[in-house]
Design a protein around this ligand. Structure first.
Ligand SMILES: Cc1cc2nc3c(=O)[nH]c(=O)nc-3n(C[C@H](O)[C@H](O)[C@H](O)COP(=O)(O)OP(=O)(O)OC[C@H]3O[C@@H](n4cnc5c(N)ncnc54)[C@H](O)[C@@H]3O)c2cc1C
Length: 141
């Protein structure tokens, strides 16, 4: 890579953080990580969030290498030809290379009754919705 190569990493999960951190070892690379929230979500601990034994959140300062710039926003459009991402806040950022690491979500429930009665825990918000439900069950025993 040449001097002043701009790399944007979309998604600050395990893959995005690892990619961003490793890229800082290269000279001449400016790394910008874009993620919707200012904290790293430890998805592998979301079941612990539900049971109250962990909040599944880690400050990015603890996991991001010093050279990584963090932009708290959501990418709403990638213009691959123009090498530009549009942000939910209305701005845009140009890049030379883009790493797409937006993770996954819950599958659409297809088992009869699941949509009405099942709780998902693939995302922080889903786990946070389940937590008070389980708390209520524990309190009623
Ligand atoms: C309860 C639970 C337990 C698990 N346990 C294990 C385990 O024990 N072992 C294991 O190997 N795996 C486990 N997994 C799976 C593991 O969490 C995932 O494989 C892993 O999180 C994938 O990492 P990732 O970086 O690809 O995506 P993620 O960790 O999902 O990160 C993606 C990031 O991209 C962000 N993002 C999404 N869209 C945008 C956008 N448009 N703009 C900007 N940012 C965006 C998201 O907010 C998120 O921060 C578990 C998952 C769950 C839910």
């Amino acid at each position: 890579m040449t001097e002043n190569t701009d790399v944007i990493v979309v998604g600050g999960g395990y893959a995005g953080v690892m990619a961003a951190n490793r890229l800082t070892r290269r000279g001449g690379v400016k790394v910008t990580l874009i993620n919707p929230r200012p904290a790293f979500v430890e998805r592998i601990r979301l079941h612990q969030l539900v049971t109250g034994s962990d909040d599944a959140l880690v400050d990015y300062q603890k996991v991001l290498a010093g050279g990584v710039g963090l932009v708290v926003d959501t990418v709403t459009r990638i213009d691959a030809a123009g090498r530009r991402v549009t942000l939910a806040s209305g701005g845009s950022l140009d890049y030379d290379y883009l790493i797409y690491a937006v993770g996954s979500g819950s599958a659409v429930p297809t088992v009869p009754g699941a949509a009405e009665h099942a709780y998902l825990i693939a995302t922080l918000e889903e786990a946070q919705r389940l937590q008070p439900v389980l708390d209520g069950v524990a309190g009623s025993n």
